[in-house]
Design a protein. Structure first.
Length: 249
């Protein structure tokens, strides 16, 4: 069909621009946020380091080659995002739900989640699940008189651990990150006091204002009002002639 090859080439070129921007962003973030704040290197050395981070491009090319072995595009996308996103979800969940977690626990949980997710993800590609678990097409061997046996070194983990669905990559990374983060935080001295600037107050949440709004509406409809609310402004509580006892009455 004339025209279709041109559409495919245009799609490839448009996608390559996005990939190149992402690779450049990875190199820039690595230099500016991970190397520059902790070293006293000159701009010339930092420039050479940023150019040397072409390893990101090599990894992207390697992942492109690996994607051809990961089945359909949906399975490949969910597998990659699950391996990377699961530990990140565990990291944020650890910080939100467990304020006593410290930086050592968070870093250990993130690294452990990534290692376990990569372990099960790569193992699933090297040792694919057996045919009885993948719903193969019905293939008849009737009339075939050729018999062959192969002895394969199949590890014990291949039947249970590596045969997990790719949909479980993300939950595995999340659970491992939270579990390891909690254990390491408790063993290394958990944080007793959290800085107020790092906490989310109830006044900063939308449900607080919704509850307050509906509560005010109900009080107005029922005719009830609170004497203690805004009493400094409405009743002149700053006047020495008034006191808290009189206002409460």
């Amino acid at each position: 069909y004339p025209g279709l090859p041109g559409l495919f080439v245009a799609a490839a070129y448009s996608g390559s621009s996005t990939v190149s921007s992402s690779i450049n962003a990875l190199a820039a973030v690595t230099v500016e946020d991970l190397i520059k704040p902790y070293t006293n290197m000159s701009e010339r050395h930092l420039s050479w380091i940023s150019k040397g981070l072409l390893v990101y491009g090599a990894l992207c090319i390697g992942m492109a080659g690996l994607a051809s072995l990961m089945g359909g595009i949906l399975q490949a996308a969910i597998s990659i995002f699950g391996i990377v996103g699961g530990p990140l979800l565990g990291l944020f969940t650890l910080g939100i739900l467990f304020p006593f977690a410290n930086s050592k626990g968070a870093l250990s949980g993130l690294v452990s989640g990534l290692v376990v997710s990569l372990w099960v993800g790569i193992g699933a590609q090297i040792y694919p699940p057996p045919s009885e678990m993948t719903r193969p097409l019905p293939l008849s061997t009737e009339g075939c008189n050729f018999t062959a046996t192969d002895s394969l070194n199949w590890p014990g983990l291949a039947d249970n651990w590596y045969s997990l669905s790719y949909l479980y990559f993300s939950p595995i990374g999340t659970i491992v990150s939270i579990s390891v983060g909690l254990i390491v935080s408790l063993l290394t001295g958990y944080r007793l006091k959290v800085e107020s600037r790092l906490t989310l107050m109830k006044e900063d949440t939308t449900p607080y204002y919704l509850i307050k709004f509906f509560k005010d509406r109900v009080l107005r409809r029922t005719g009830k009002f609170d004497l203690t609310k805004d009493r400094d402004k409405n009743f002149g509580n700053t006047n020495p002639a008034f006191c808290d006892t009189e206002m409460n009455l």
